[in-house]
Design a protein around this ligand. Sequence first.
Ligand SMILES: Nc1ncnc2c1ncn2[C@@H]1O[C@H](COP(=O)(O)OP(=O)(O)OP(=O)(O)O)[C@@H](O)[C@H]1O
Ligand SMILES: [Mg+2]
Length: 252
Amino acid sequence: MAIEIKNINKSFHGRGLDHDIKVLDDVNLNIGDGEFVCLLGPSGCGKTTLLRLIAGLDQPTSGEVIADGEVVKKPSGDRAVIFQQYSLFPWLTVLENVMFGLNLKKDRTKEENLKAAERYLESVGLIDFKDSYPHELSGGMKQRVAIIRSLLNHSPILLMDEPFSALDMQNRHMLQEQLIGVWKRFKNTIVFVTHDVDEAIYLADKIVIMDKNPGKIKEVFDVDMPRLRKRESEEFIKIQEEVLDKLNVEDF
Ligand SMILES: Nc1ncnc2c1ncn2[C@@H]1O[C@H](COP(=O)(O)OP(=O)(O)OP(=O)(O)O)[C@@H](O)[C@H]1O
Ligand SMILES: [Mg+2]
């Protein structure tokens, strides 16, 4: 499903101030069906705000977000949102958590869902914990469970707000690879917020660099490299230099 972001402005009432604060200033962006877009920018440039507007969790002050041809007015099951803070159901096991809601979908059998869930758990080293409960896991393990659950849901639009930022490098790389696998197979449209230049280049078709005060789009980079990408390749390093050049590194 395609997403069009048209002339979005967003202001919030400034606490203790007699005026509003403009957080997003005339943001325009077209995201094609099945495109993988990363939003990259300094803290406070409005990345989460923009993601919430796309999700329909909040409304713009002016302008509109159009998803699959319709103006976004409220959240929808077609647009899954994955935030940095995860919530698992404490009364369900790891396996039950990752399979939550899956069996409502008609396109796959229960057996297929179970196989997929176990395959994902295996790949992030959690298969031996499938019958454990969330309170028996570390924070990073809980995050991996929550991410796997969201990946298994295959929503046509995935909106991800720094989902891997708290993980160690090995698990972050593993989940990046998993995400690319899911995306290749299910052709989801993905908007992924990150602070991490390396992560953006590894994942994205398009990197949208944002600037702050007020938040706006500074530059859009197309990353035209086959996947899976090699971080040590010459091309990767070249794009890294170009992107870093555009960022105000002191803001990060
Ligand atoms: N509900 C709100 N009320 C008032 N101000 C808000 C609200 N939500 C966000 N803001 C302000 O909007 C600006 C952008 O916030 P936002 O969370 O979108 O930034 P961000 O780019 O996601 O930052 P980070 O990288 O730190 O997560 C900030 O100055 C923040 O204080
Ligand atoms: Mg944020």
